[in-house]
Design a protein around this ligand. Sequence first.
Ligand code: GDP
Ligand code: IMO
Ligand code: MG
Length: 431
Amino acid sequence: MPVQIIVGAQWGDEGKGKIVDHLSENVDIVARYQGGANAGHTVVIPTITPNGITSKEYVLHLIPSGIFHKHVTCVIGNGVVLDPVALMAEIGQLHELGIDVKGRLLISHNAHLIMPYHKLLDSIREQGEEKIGTTGRGIGPAYIDKYTRTGIRVVDLLDRDTLGKKLKRNIEENNRLFSKVYHSKELDVDAIIHEYQEFDKMIDEYVTDTSLYLHSALKKKKKILAEGAQGALLDVDHGTYPFVTSSNPTSGGACTGLGIPPTAIQSVVGVVKAYSTRVGNGPFPTELNDETGERLRKTGGEFGATTGRPRRCGWLDIVSLQYSLRINGIQKIAMTKLDVLDQFEEIKVCVGYMVGEKKVRNFPTDLRMLELAQPQYRTFKGWKTTTSGIRSYGKLPARARSYIEAIASLLQTKVWMVSVGARRDQTLIAR
Ligand code: GDP
Ligand code: IMO
Ligand code: MG
């Protein structure tokens, strides 16, 4: 297997961290290709304590979810926007847990940096009427600088003079904006330059040409997992624009975000939650603003891993998933959080939309149409049995298997894995 891409097929938080950690056992490299510390990928791993083995939960924002497997090298690709402050905090937290990333973490010299003015701009823009509901991590403004070619890259951290000049130019330009347009505080140019010039010593050992590294790994037939952040419906090109993130979480982003050719991609796995969630604003046709939505949120623990915000919840949406499978080229899916549906009397799946009198078969990318979409549901009887202790697909209740197989059939795809809990051992291989 050269490269396998793991993408979120919905609006993020599908359980990518869990699936990537699970698959990492059998790969050599895990590489993040886009996004930044807006991501929150939860991994639950067994931990030995004096009282026996318990499970511990870790939330990763920048470091790939393969880091808990000591044989795995983790790569942060050129497509990621890297906040060095967040990175160092994460490295420090892992260190406290006894996980040393030295020699196992490689960061692209070409990745763009998130600076304090990006975070300030993000928060100021979110105070306006047309807010997206961002994570406030400076993602959009950092990608703006990348595309206007004024961005500062990881490699610049290694040259204090260049960094100082570029930072001075960018902070001063943003300060004019902060004071004149937004009437907000200005940032301290010297303090920021001083703070960021110190990163050279801390980051130097991780920085390399990661595209070259991945090419050489491919030649050696190493197994590589490309870990997407966010989800297909948050993609800046293919998502529910403008209520999206500013990168390409879809599978195409893995090539540009890692500097690997499309010919190296062997397969694309879509991570699909057994129902739907969304954080932040934007259309969500199957959203449930009622007791059932509240029950999904409570049972599924649907609160953001990065911001703690309650996630909006609703039933699974086949129309959006068909679209997601199409634009990502998803060949098989990993279905997560099936156990959350265990005690529901009935479970609904959206199999079509009505817009006015019109039946809509294809996911509308026109926002106004999507906002008008009325979901048409197929109802499944619940299985009313706890699945979290089940360890083989065949032992799942017949109604749970019917649910999974109906989804596979509606999507004309294979369900590869089914997750019935956050732990590694709660993962069933469907075939
Ligand atoms: P990611 O951003 O796609 O990695 O997903 P998040 O980590 O933001 O959110 C997924 C949440 O669901 C985390 O709290 C996981 O620990 C949890 N989780 C993952 N898979 C399962 C599962 O099969 N069942 C349950 N109950 N929780 C799960
Ligand atoms: P993971 O990788 C869910 C959402 C935000 C907001 C929009 C834009 O954990 O699945 P941004 O800060 O990126 O400019 O915000 O995107 N968003 C996510 N939603 N999971 C994520 O990441 C997200 N990252 C960003 O809530 O609606
Ligand atoms: Mg998340």
